[in-house]
Design a protein around this ligand. Structure first.
Ligand SMILES: Cc1cc2nc3c(=O)[nH]c(=O)nc-3n(C[C@H](O)[C@H](O)[C@H](O)COP(=O)(O)O)c2cc1C
Length: 265
């Protein structure tokens, strides 16, 4: 069995995994946060893929914990597709290093850029692709996934070059975000009066960090800052550091909020 381990909040990485698996036989797609809800997990398969978003120029801390916490990592061929809004920076490089420390390796790595879901960025509205551009990027990504699947079948060894500037820039723009303990990130989140207590944020949170108490979300200090809660809030009721997040929402156009909830929970 080929396995693709995925971390995805707004669907880009999940759809990339879907597109790769369409062209690979016997492929199972597994949600990383869902697997990590178990006390123990192993990472194994005839081939192993990792598909995840770049967070702050590197792989998300959750993915790093997934690698370090695995009981065993067992495969002959490992690949990764890192998705991003601009460029995945050092995501592939850091994943390779993490795998090497576990006695494994990364043999093949590609980058796919579709759109940014990082709503907190001041530049978010400026870089959101228009509908036609988004469609074009989605189609290009699908074609790239066919190519990637062929390469995997042939066990091609090649990793796209890490981009130092795209690693450095997010650290410079948001140093506190990178340095601070990720679990406390949710202390910056509040909800406005218009929260209608629907509970979608709690259902969508991949790490079960949100509980609805007295009709309002409360946070358990285990936030990954993946933006699911904020992106999927139908009332745009979330604020970060007091700033309203009533901006245009992003979810991969082939997926719905309910798909993401069922994939991660
Ligand atoms: C906390 C956070 C940090 C991010 N940092 C970067 C970054 O440094 N560079 C970049 O190009 N995109 C960055 N992004 C954008 C995501 O990598 C991109 O939208 C990704 O494709 C989302 O994948 P998903 O839809 O599978 O969750 C960031 C997103 C989040 C939520």
């Amino acid at each position: 069995m080929n396995r693709i381990y995925v971390f995805s909040s707004t669907g880009t990485s999940l759809q990339i995994a879907n597109d790769i698996s369409e062209n690979l036989e016997n492929t199972e797609i597994i949600s990383i946060p869902r697997l990590m809800k178990q006390k123990y997990w192993t990472i194994s398969g005839e081939t192993i893929g990792f598909v995840f978003p770049c967070f702050y120029g590197t792989m998300p801390k959750l993915v790093a914990q997934f690698i370090t916490g695995a009981e065993t990592i067992d495969t002959a061929y490992t690949y990764c597709v890192a998705t991003a809004g601009g460029d995945p920076g050092y995501s592939l490089k850091h994943l390779k290093e993490a795998l090497i420390t576990r006695g494994s390796d990364l043999h093949y790595g590609r980058k796919i850029v579709i759109a940014s879901n990082y709503m907190n960025g001041w530049y978010y509205n400026l870089i959101q692709p228009k509908k036609e551009i988004l469609e074009q990027k989605v189609n290009n990504a699908r074609e790239k996934c066919h190519e990637i699947a062929k390469d995997i079948t042939l066990s091609v060894k090649m990793i796209e070059k890490a981009n130092f500037l795209n690693y450095l820039l997010p650290q410079v723009i948001s140093p506190s975000r990178y340095i601070r303990d990720t679990r406390a990130w949710d202390s910056e989140f509040t909800v406005a009066e218009n929260c209608n207590s629907c509970g979608i944020c709690a259902k969508a949170c991949p790490v079960d960090n949100i509980t609805i108490k007295e009709g309002k979300p409360t946070f358990a200090r285990n936030c990954q800052r993946c933006m699911s809660c904020i992106q999927f809030c139908p009332e745009s009721a979330f604020l970060i550091e007091g700033k309203p997040m009533n901006k245009p929402k992003y979810i991969h156009p082939s997926l719905k909020v309910s798909d993401m909830i069922s994939f991660n929970s």
